[in-house]
Design a binder for this molecule. Structure first.
Ligand SMILES: [Zn+2]
Length: 304
């Protein structure tokens, strides 16, 4: 026991020395998905400050002075992109121009979402207009592209460790391939005409595109903006007509509207999803988060 303690103490000290000597590439990330990718690809060569932690709503996050200090020490800053970060200027200022900025999501084509779901960005689109959906990671093929982007960026900043970055990226990409196969098999359990996702958070366009779902978002059903009665009754008609068995909601919803919809349609609440990145428990990894969302959706929609 004593030897074991000594060994772990030495290990901890050597880790500290390494980072104190600045041998690790310092990265700051405001996306839980980017954080996992850069940790997987960077391995022992990176030290990642994960500013947005799993389970934190990235739409609500604001960098603290301590976060900005970490950004100022980083050589690479990873963001979600697609206008997810409305505090981007603050972060860039904090880097003092010394860090590379990789807005990961900006490298993939954008799907559109109805304006209003993410209020803080409503200035980016005209009234009633469409804006780009920032939730790109619900497509595993986007996550694979993100992995390659991060790999190439790490190689650029630390060419000496190129071989390790390439090996790590290859292993992570192989896991993503397996995950994608798993998702396709799981979704195949659900007949195509039952792949209808009625959700309060309009965040799953990329998942819908890749795996053949039709999305119906319940717009504006938050405590501040109540959905119009007309929209709710149209939705109720549609849920009944299509025999949708479950709807997926979040706790910011007005419970009165939720109850009205479930009572009048007979659809049940299908469980909670992770729209905004990694969560806690079984959803604290990218693979776990994707499997949780896909199983929750498929199991709820197919069960009678
Ligand atoms: Zn969101």
């Amino acid at each position: 026991m004593r030897n074991l303690l000594l060994v772990s103490f030495l290990f901890a000290t050597s880790q500290l020395n390494l980072s104190a000597a600045g041998e690790k590439l310092r990265v700051a990330s405001v996306s839980t998905v980017d954080t996992e990718i850069v940790q997987q690809v960077g391995g022992e060569h990176v030290e990642v400050a994960a500013l947005v932690q799993p389970g934190v709503d990235p739409h609500e996050y604001e960098p603290t002075p301590a976060d900005l200090r970490k950004v100022s020490e980083a050589r690479l800053l990873l963001t979600s992109g697609k206008h997810m970060e409305n505090y981007l200027n603050k972060l860039q200022e904090a880097t003092g121009g010394k860090a590379d900025l990789l807005k990961v999501g900006d490298h993939f084509s954008s799907l559109k979402m109805k304006q209003g779901e993410h209020g803080e960005q409503s200035t980016n689109a005209g009234a009633g207009g469409m804006k780009e959906d920032p939730h790109w990671w619900h497509s595993v093929s986007n996550a694979k592209e993100a992995t390659k982007l991060v790999r190439d960026e790490l190689v650029k900043l630390d060419p000496a460790d190129k071989a390790d970055f390439e090996k790590n990226a290859q292993a992570y990409l192989a896991n993503l391939d397996e995950l994608e196969d798993w998702i396709r098999r799981k979704v195949a359990e659900l007949p195509r005409n039952q792949r209808r996702l009625v959700t309060s958070h309009d965040a799953f366009q990329y998942l819908a595109r890749d795996y053949g779902f039709k999305i119906e978002a319940i717009e504006g059903l938050t405590t501040e903006t109540e959905a119009s009665n007309r929209h709710v009754s149209e939705l109720i008609d549609d849920i009944k007509k299509q025999h949708v068995k479950a709807i997926f909601l979040e706790n910011t919803l007005n419970p009165k509207v939720t109850t009205q919809i479930t009572r009048e349609t007979g659809a049940k609440i299908g469980g909670s999803l992770y729209p905004d990145g990694l969560g806690t428990g079984d959803a604290s990894t990218y693979e776990g988060m994707m499997k949780h969302n896909v199983s929750t959706i498929v199991d709820a929609l197919k069960s009678g």
